[in-house]
Design a protein around this ligand. Structure first.
Ligand code: S6P
Ligand code: ZN
Length: 195
């Protein structure tokens, strides 16, 4: 049995530091094939390459023993019914965990193991989320107006494996249904033995 993700609350300190040494931006064009409603994705992209999320990182040597950390900001918005989200990844060194602390906004973390065990945990200000080793993770902003802001920290040698997720996405999608976020099946997703 895989370790399960878990969460707990810590009272929120004030302010988001802005002195990080590296700023990464990801736009709609980098999410090709990731949204279920391909037609709406193409139409939106034709209207402009929207900024979906940003990461501010403190650069440290990518060695075991160091901890990479920073702030991730997912902006609000949707592609069709599906909320703006990060690409999502396994760590290349798959047996490495990550801690997220939600500073502001509303959202969820979608997670799954290579075997297809899945979990979705709520992110809101003050919530700590532990992503265990071997769990791929994607943050989703389910708020209608505010940014989803999280602090993250993980082993600096972990690296990122985006390819596995790019092929078919996560098992579960987060969509708006009746004005609220809902977890639905990703119809493109196949269990490992059928890939
Ligand atoms: C890195 C950590 C975060 C994400 C960031 C963007 O291990 O999980 O810094 O990189 O939230 O997501 P992604 O999937 O585009 O790297
Ligand atoms: Zn990660």
């Amino acid at each position: 049995m895989d370790n399960q993700p878990f969460t707990f609350d810590i009272a929120l300190p004030g302010g988001i530091p802005s002195t990080y040494s590296n700023h990464i931006t990801r736009r709609l064009s980098s999410m090709r094939g990731q949204y279920a409603d391909e037609q709406t994705y193409v139409a939106l992209l034709a209207g402009g390459d929207a900024l979906l999320y940003e990461v501010y990182e403190e650069q440290v040597p990518e060695n075991a023993g160091e901890l990479l950390h920073g702030i991730s900001i997912v902006h609000p918005g949707k592609v069709g019914d599906e909320y703006f989200m990060t690409k999502g990844h396994f760590h290349a060194e798959i047996a490495t965990a990550e801690v997220y602390y939600c500073l502001a906004g509303q959202g969820v973390m979608v997670m799954e193991t290579p075997e297809g065990v899945w979990a979705v945990e709520e992110l809101r200000a003050g919530k700590v989320l532990y992503v265990p080793p071997r769990w791929a993770h994607r943050s989703v902003n389910t708020g209608s107006e505010a940014d989803l802001v999280t602090f993250f920290v993980y082993p600096a040698h972990a690296g990122h494996d985006y390819g596995s997720i790019e092929k078919q996405g996560f098992r579960k999608l987060i969509v708006e249904q009746g004005g609220r976020p809902a977890i639905v099946d990703n119809l493109r997703w196949l269990p490992p033995e059928q890939r």
